[in-house]
Design a protein around this ligand. Sequence first.
Ligand code: F6P
Ligand code: MG
Length: 458
Amino acid sequence: MSSTSLPLPYYNDDKKSFAYPTIHKRWPTIIEQGIDDVQQTIKDNKTEQLSTSGETIVDKLKQLLHDFKNDTTVRHFNEQEIHHNKWLHHYNTTLDSLNQVKKVTWQTGPWLYLECYLYQYINNFFISNQDSFWHSYDIFARLKTKTFHQSELGVLELCKRYQFLNQELEQGKAEKETLRLLFVEFIDISLWGNATDLSLLAGNVTLEDIKSVQGAEVRKKNEEKIIVNDLPTAWSETGLDKEEGVSRIDIVLDNSGFELFADLILSLFLLDSGLAQQVHLHCKEIPWFVSDTMAKDFTDLVGQLKDEHFFPNIHKQDADAIDLVSSKIESYHKSNKIIINHHPFWTLDYNFWSIPQFTDLYHDLSQSQLIIFKGDLNYRKLTGDLQWPKTTPFKTAIQQLATSGLPILSLRTCKADVVVGLPEGVNEKLIREYEEAGNDVGEFWSSSGKWAVISFNK
Ligand code: F6P
Ligand code: MG
């Protein structure tokens, strides 16, 4: 590879890429579940008008499924669609350049581009519907709520941990070394919170698997599964190690439900401890990759924590811990210490090397001393989802972003092919290990969600 040429992206028809099982197993299931969801809403509402408008969405989802299964050519967004969402023209520009290399079809095109395109394509069916009922409809809301509901034990455990620490922190100023250790713990909580990704439920990961990564004991066991760990550098190079901490930390959120909850616990700790004065959280503007956090999911989650019936098995004596967390979140939100942001850029197909070109977003992020990117998709977009050799330095893989002045910390459980920053030999060792554990494709260790990376670049 010369210094100017970049590796190829991962393609949907590459059987050695996790793209292949994703598109063949998950995408059809996600679309089918979407059809069921809309039909359920039509049934629940029992009005003629909603039934007619909803059926047009169902028909479009069925057509999409048909197009995907027949591997049709992927089309440009038309004028009417761009009228409803002007940001879609960016997708057309990318499609033009991709088509010059090879005609893009559903089953053969680049994975990252098409996966983003898919969610925008589905969103179009809703925002362009004749009935405004559907315009802000979240086709994944039922699934998001159901899964958070099942995170009861993990939520309670974290609330109690937070309650205990909050009392300790309020009693006096903790020493810097104590704060550093707690910072590592809360980052760890936030990192493994990323193992909860509802799009995985459409594959072979069960709710039990997800619950099993939500507790402290499992996190401890998973320490050695963090195969890149730049956290010590992030601590010392961003000013967090200084007495006064930093003024602002940003979190580019990933999934709602338990992961958002874990990110909020991290935010509370950062603010309580004085490590940061403000935390800015960045949400998606449309239903995205099934479980990603939209601004309304933040409000919903606080409401669910406050609703005494939401977690049915929680004893009265434990309810205090949950109340403390929800009231702390609310009060920090009211006093503008937790700020909820959203920007259309996060739901474009663009990788994050182009953040500096979106000047409003770039200027906003430039105010931050640390920008935490949560999750797998954000990592794919940081690295362009290209076939980098696994030993490529993170700094190289994030290209222009490395010199943009933005301090980047990625917390990611690995759920796709791209991984960089590994020491020599680690990839080969993990391929062998994964095969020996009975898996057909050893390379899929990096997509299994069982390993994680913490990568930093200032
Ligand atoms: O559908 C599979 C998948 O696309 C991953 O490979 C992808 O990056 C992930 O879903 C979303 O994960 P996360 O919620 O951690 O970004
Ligand atoms: Mg996600």
